[in-house]
Ligand binder design. Structure first.
Ligand SMILES: Nc1ncnc2c1ncn2[C@@H]1O[C@H](COP(=O)(O)OP(=O)(O)OP(=O)(O)O)[C@@H](O)[C@H]1O
Length: 583
């Protein structure tokens, strides 16, 4: 139960609902006691049929039926209220916990997302939180219900006949034991089934995300076979689970029957021996025993729920206990102007041990543009990640507006960067909302303006619904180049002092690229811009250019200076010039 103690703060938060729920449960249980008593009274009345007038008997029976109806209705209504308070409380707790987990996911760093699979993250926030809710709601409710029912029913039974109470309760522990054993087995089998289900969903999710590759390689048949194998496994596991589950019903019927038999036999003997005054008591006890059977049976079920919830909360806590490696240390807000300086920065990725940057230095004044070129894997994107402080460095210094990056308010720093990543990610929403993502209160006019600057306006208005075109999952309805340009528009609307383009014109033809760069030049006069690119055409107008190789800066200067050096840049320039001529 230690992991579940995480929920105590929520029980405390909803304490008034909890207390009201418990009070209602107690009152509801007291009302349910009336039915057996009234049934017993009715049988007692019938026993006296010879001594009483027929009308008196009918009148007494009629009164009893009336009160049975009234007390049952009240008990039913109170049970409804009990669910309304306790189950609704669990829904509130589920909501709070989901939000707590989501908020925590958001502050965790890149390495967390690299180490954990998306499916796992989703499972913990949905499936596991759902299991925990079963504890906070039904498990707590049934436990309280059982406890109170036992207390009131047993007291009533004991007051009538302690001896008959003892005998009638004999089969109940047996019922409890078997149900507990079966629930254990159900728990194990359901965990196995759940794990298999997770595997199945991860498999299908991957297949649908990569459907284009699967079709291109014509391996649908093979994948179908894999799917068949997985579903076959899933079916077998589910059948095993169903087999155990189907034993519970018959077992309960058998043991309830046994209990009734015990009450009738022992009750009859006691009646003949004069140990109980009338047969009505036997009927009353049969009803009491039936009232206790379900709570006993539910104990096994409740214990399964608690065990599952404990396991799930443990998984949730594993993530909640992870402290983000990167966090804000600045007490005050630090507005960002845009000067960026790297002083002998070296950086190694912890998980792979790859040294991505080696002694990198450059200075970029506010409003200047830096182009970063270099072979793939040379460390270009790493520089950009470090500016957004997605990682912290150990060697060297990164200064933003002459202050160490760690002294900048993390939120201010990230807010001041408009980032266009290598693989543009668009949400399943309208184009307009995808652009507005960069500035929530942007007007339609502003959206159109930035779309024009990103040279994507003409494309957008050619769609039937224009800016209201809804993009499919991950914006699949747009071409690669269109996605990149919408992503650029989103960055431009943000009007941040720092603009970062990570190879984000790669899917755009050179003519469109030129148009975009021209508008960017006008747009970003006061904006510090970093462009990672493989094309000279994207770099040539930058104020500064650096060339990386294996994390080291091997050349730096302006376009003219680098051409004159006859190194990597010049070679690339010549190559791209001749390619252009060939076209
Ligand atoms: N998140 C990461 N964790 C571990 N290693 C990484 C990570 N990102 C990049 N690397 C490694 O660091 C090195 C530099 O990668 P980086 O992405 O900065 O190169 P790049 O020049 O941007 O490459 P490309 O042009 O292909 O995008 C590579 O060897 C890469 O494998």
């Amino acid at each position: 139960m230690s992991a579940l103690s995480h929920l105590n703060k929520y029980f405390y938060k909803y304490k008034s609902r909890f207390i009201i729920g418990v009070t209602i449960t107690i009152v509801a249980q007291i009302f349910t006691l009336y039915t057996p008593k009234l049934v017993g009274d009715s049988i007692r009345t019938l026993e006296q049929i010879d001594a009483l007038h027929k009308e008196t008997v009918i009148k007494l029976l009629g009164q009893n039926i009336f009160w049975i109806l009234v007390t049952t209705l009240i008990a039913g209504f109170l049970t409804f209220l009990m669910r309304q308070t306790l189950i609704v409380m669990s829904r509130h707790i589920e909501f709070d916990l989901k939000n707590e987990v989501f908020k925590h996911y958001e502050i965790l760093t890149q390495s967390f997302y690299k180490q954990n699979r998306t499916g796992d993250l989703m499972n913990r926030i949905s499936e596991d939180v759902g299991k925990v809710r079963q504890y906070a709601g039904p498990a707590v409710m049934y436990s309280i219900n059982t406890l109170i029912r036992f207390a009131v029913v047993l007291t009533q039974m004991y007051l009538i006949s302690p001896q008959l109470t003892f005998y009638s309760l004999l089969p109940l522990p047996l019922l409890g034991y078997f149900i507990f054993k079966l629930s254990r087995q159900i728990n194990e089998r359901s965990s196995i089934f759940q794990a298999n289900l997770s595997q199945l969903s991860s498999f299908t999710q991957e297949i649908f995300s990569g459907i284009r590759v699967i079709k291109a390689y014509a391996i649908e048949g093979e994948k179908q076979e894999d799917f068949k194998k997985l579903t076959q496994e899933s079916k077998e596991k589910n059948l095993k689970l169903a087999k155990t589950g189907s034993l519970i019903g018959p077992l309960m019927i058998f043991l309830i029957g046994l209990s009734n038999l015990v009450v009738i036999s022992i009750g009859a003997i006691m009646y003949f021996n004069g140990q109980i005054p009338d047969i009505g008591i036997i009927a009353q006890f049969i009803l009491y025993i039936n009232m206790l059977t379900w709570p006993v049976a539910s104990l096994g079920w409740v214990s399964t729920m608690i065990q599952e919830a404990e396991a799930s909360q443990k998984r949730i806590n594993e993530f909640l206990d992870i402290k983000p490696e990167i966090y804000n240390t600045a007490k005050e807000h630090t507005p960002i102007d845009g000067k960026i300086e790297f002083q002998n920065v070296s950086f190694t990725y912890d998980d792979t041990g790859i040294k991505a940057l080696d002694n990198v230095s450059f200075t970029l004044e506010k409003g200047e543009t830096l182009a970063i070129l270099g072979k793939t894997g040379s460390g270009k994107s790493t520089i950009l990640s470090l500016i957004a402080r997605l990682y912290d460095i150990e060697d060297g210094k990164i200064l933003i507006d002459n202050n160490p990056i760690k002294d900048c308010h993390l939120n201010d720093l990230r807010q001041s960067i408009a980032f266009v990543p290598q693989d543009a990610f668009l949400f399943s929403d309208t184009i307009s909302n995808n652009i507005r993502f960069g500035k929530e209160d942007a007007t339609e006019q502003e959206i159109i303006e930035v779309a024009k600057k990103a040279a994507v306006h003409e494309n957008i208005i050619s769609f039937d619904k224009g800016y209201n075109t809804v993009l499919g999952e991950r914006g699949l309805t747009l071409s690669g180049g269109q996605k990149q340009r919408v992503s650029i528009a989103r960055a431009l609307i943000k009007e941040s002092p720092i603009l970062i383009l990570d190879d984000s014109l790669s899917a755009v033809d050179t003519e469109t690229e030129e148009n975009i760069l021209k508008s960017l030049e006008k747009h970003s006069k006061n904006i510090t811009t970093l462009i990672v690119t493989h094309r000279i055409s994207s770099a040539k107008n930058a104020d500064k250019i650096i060339i990386l190789e294996n994390g080291k800066v091997i050349e730096n200067g302006t376009h003219e200076e680098l051409i004159a050096k006859e190194g990597y840049y010049n070679e690339l320039h010549q190559k791209q010039l001749s390619e252009k001529e060939l076209l």
